[in-house]
Design a protein around this ligand. Structure first.
Ligand code: PMP
Length: 407
């Protein structure tokens, strides 16, 4: 049985509004997803009833807040199938997770002449931290090329690998094109030369089943706000044995075992990487988002999103001047395109006038856009609460826009 989309839509208050006099069609899910009422309630409930600083507290509220906070960690552990909850660190998001690894790794494991590998598909947050690391350490950044469809060239990747490769950091699913990378093969090949692997799971975590043990990745970074959860919150998974060899990220409260003016000893993971008071309320609310996904089931969510993607492809392909960008065989529900000779921003503004929210521009992937010879694209990205009738509206809107252009 398929999902009851109308019922699901009923759980998301923000969807029920008009924009410029038209019912909102929200197709900007790769940027951030909307939040179900349960997440909003969990956040309010925490501040109304449980607000307290966590760990170390000797009173009932601190006890409850700590318990709920750690329950989210356990929910995430199961969500990605980590061996233990201690392998899950709370961060500000994917960006901070990648920066944490880049910053701690560079201090201990990277020497002059060592190599880091990324791909052409990367978001800026999986490019710039490595460039900073390379600049500081005299290391070398290598980039896996792609084909015209937006797929990495695996044989070229294999040629880049060597004993000098310290880390491969690659996007699991591209935010700009939707391409799903063959990450299991990437991980196995990287491990064969002794390199560690970080997966940028910002997009994959909401669409694909994630099993970090089966993947055998060393790190997996993702953001709560793309998973129906709060903004400014994310998780970094790391294998215990790898985390334990890494120095702390930031110094402060919570990450210590004992402090004297002469010397500090550090706490166990995950606390070693969680200095300061964390984003307690949002962490607690995030569990409601994970529960929402688990209740629907990732397979059912993916089946619905795949159906929307292929329906959108069919409908939009009939529009004169429709130019799809990124035609990989394996994709999440991201449809990037251009309308012949039109600036993506103009297309986006015209769609907005019809109540349709899409994203336009380089999608924080300027090197990818350069490789494709484009200034940017229009991106419609679909989520579990979207419907085929909304795609019909997008197709109608785009047909009108293309007709104006072709007059
Ligand atoms: N990587 C990818 C593939 C993304 O789509 C994003 C968000 N657009 C990020 C990293 C960064 O995520 P955040 O801004 O939540 O840190």
């Amino acid at each position: 049985m398929g999902l009851d989309i109308e019922k699901i839509r009923g759980l998301f208050p923000v969807l029920h509004q008009e924009v410029h006099g038209k019912p909102l069609v929200y197709f900007d899910n790769a940027a951030t997803t909307q939040k179900p009422q349960a997440v909003l309630d969990a956040l309010t409930n925490y501040y109304q009833h449980d607000n307290s600083n966590i760990h170390r507290g000797a009173h009932a509220l601190a006890d409850r807040a700590t318990r709920y906070f750690e329950e989210t960690r356990e929910a995430i552990q199961h969500f990605i199938n980590a061996r233990e909850a201690a392998e899950v660190i709370f961060t500000k998001g994917t960006t901070e997770g990648i920066n944490l690894v880049a910053s701690t790794f560079r201090r201990k494991f990277v020497e002059k002449g060592d190599e880091i590998i990324i791909s052409t598909l990367e978001h800026h947050s999986n490019i710039v931290p490595w460039q900073m690391l390379c600049e500081e350490k005299g290391a070398i950044l290598k980039v896996i090329p792609i084909n015209e469809a937006g797929e990495i060239l695996f044989e070229e990747f294999e040629k880049l690998l060597s004993p000098k490769t310290k880390l491969v950091s690659i996007v699991h699913a591209s935010n700009a094109l939707g391409t799903i990378n063959p990450v299991k093969q990437v991980i196995d090949a990287a491990h064969a030369v002794g390199a560690k692997v970080l997966l940028d799971g910002a997009q994959s975590s909401s669409h694909l089943n994630i099993d970090v043990q089966e993947l055998d990745c060393d790190f997996f970074a993702f953001s709560a706000h793309k998973l129906y959860g709060p903004t400014g919150l994310g998780c970094l998974y790391g294998k215990r044995e790898v985390f334990e060899t890494m120095p702390p990220y930031q110094g402060g409260g919570e990450m210590i075992k004992e402090v004297t003016f002469e010397k500090t000893t550090y706490n166990e993971i995950p606390f070693k990487f969680e200095a300061g008071t964390p984003n307690i309320g949002d962490v607690i609310a995030f569990k409601a988002a994970i529960d929402f996904i688990n209740e629907l089931g990732k397979d059912a969510i993916r089946a619905h999103e795949d159906e929307l993607l292929s329906y959108a492809n069919e409908q939009l392909s009939q529009i004169k001047g429709f130019l799809p960008v990124g035609t990989a065989k394996e994709k999440v529900s991201v449809l990037s395109f251009n309308i012949n000779a039109m600036h993506p921003y103009d297309v986006g503004m015209m769609l907005d006038a019809n109540g349709i929210a899409v994203r336009t521009g380089h999608h924080c992937t300027q090197p990818l856009m350069k490789r494709l010879g484009l200034e940017g694209t229009v991106r419609a990205s679909f989520s579990v609460y979207n419907s085929k009738s909304e795609i019909d509206k997008l197709a109608e809107g785009l047909s009108r826009i293309a007709r104006i252009k072709n007059k």
